[in-house]
Design a protein around this ligand. Structure first.
Ligand code: NAD
Length: 258
């Protein structure tokens, strides 16, 4: 249905495991040139790099903690120095940060969650915009920003995840304003909002809680990272989604119907 991701320069943040890794791998399989990223060179990063190398993928790994603005800028600069430009930005780095009820929240928790989930998206996108503008002019089509929101951004997080859910709601909302500011520059902004996806994100949950969540999903199971990846490709492709911007696409097995 679309074949225009070949040779596109795609930066996927938070992509050494889980949803980001699956998306980066699918972009690469479409012939895209891919930048992968994490804040630590851990076992997951080593495994991801080894897998990309073994598949002969044109990629580079960038270690940056995107909860810091200077590191967001450095990531974009290094990607552009390496590949000569940027056509698609996927803001995926993020996480729960803390699981703590309102009465126990403090400044450290606030900063941790909002820096990880909001500062990372705002600042990485800010530094990417000049390159995305240039990409759109050169291609005569659109460039794309796709960020990972969440079902929690629509419904609120579970108990102890109010900052997380709130931060994802901010992401959903930011994109709608950026559409108003930057559609004239031919950049499209969309969000993928996963439901409950079987990744390290849920490793702190008990088997009982996981079963309870499964029972709340009409499809009766958690989703997989691989099931999320195609939504990112669709939203990155001008051929497939050139008239789609400012949208939130839910990938959640029917867990929530907006
Ligand atoms: P994951 O823990 O499997 O992967 C997270 C990735 O982000 C890893 O590569 C990690 O190294 C990287 N990362 C973490 N902090 C970072 C930082 N400060 N700077 C750069 N990279 C960093 O998690 P996942 O479940 O694949 O989550 C990916 C995204 O999807 C997150 O934004 C998360 O909030 C969102 N999400 C996940 C679910 C779910 O059920 N798994 C549901 C909705 C939304």
């Amino acid at each position: 249905m679309f074949d225009d991701l070949k040779n596109k320069r795609v930066l996927v943040t938070g992509s050494t495991k889980g949803i980001g890794f699956a998306a980066a791998l699918e972009f690469a399989k479409q012939g895209a040139v891919v930048g992968i990223n994490s804040h630590v060179m851990d076992a997951a990063a080593e495994k991801a790099i080894a897998q990309f190398e073994s598949l002969g993928i044109n990629f580079a790994y960038f270690k940056h903690d995107l909860s810091r603005s200077d590191e967001c800028a450095a990531l974009v600069n290094e990607f552009v120095e390496t590949f000569g430009g940027l056509d698609v930005l996927v803001n995926n780095a993020g996480g729960l940060g803390v699981r703590e009820g309102l009465e126990n929240l403090d400044d450290a928790a606030y900063d941790l969650v909002f820096d990880l989930n909001i500062r990372s998206v705002v600042m990485t996108t800010k530094y990417a915009v000049p390159h995305l503008k240039e990409s759109a002019v050169k291609s005569g089509t659109t460039s794309a920003v796709i960020s990972t929101g969440s079902i929690a951004g629509r419904e609120g997080g579970g108990p102890g995840a109010s900052l997380y859910g709130g931060s994802k709601a901010v992401i959903h909302n930011l994109h709608r304003t950026w559409v108003k500011e930057l559609t004239g520059s031919n950049i499209r902004f969309n969000v993928v909002a996963p439901g409950t996806i079987d990744t390290a994100f849920h490793e702190d949950k008990s088997p009982e809680l996981k079963e309870k969540i499964r029972n709340s999903i009409p499809m009766g199971r958690f989703g997989t990272s691989e099931e999320c990846a195609p939504a990112y490709l669709f939203l990155a492709s001008h051929q497939a989604s050139g008239y789609i911007t400012g949208q939130v696409i839910d990938v959640n097995g029917g867990q929530m119907c907006p």
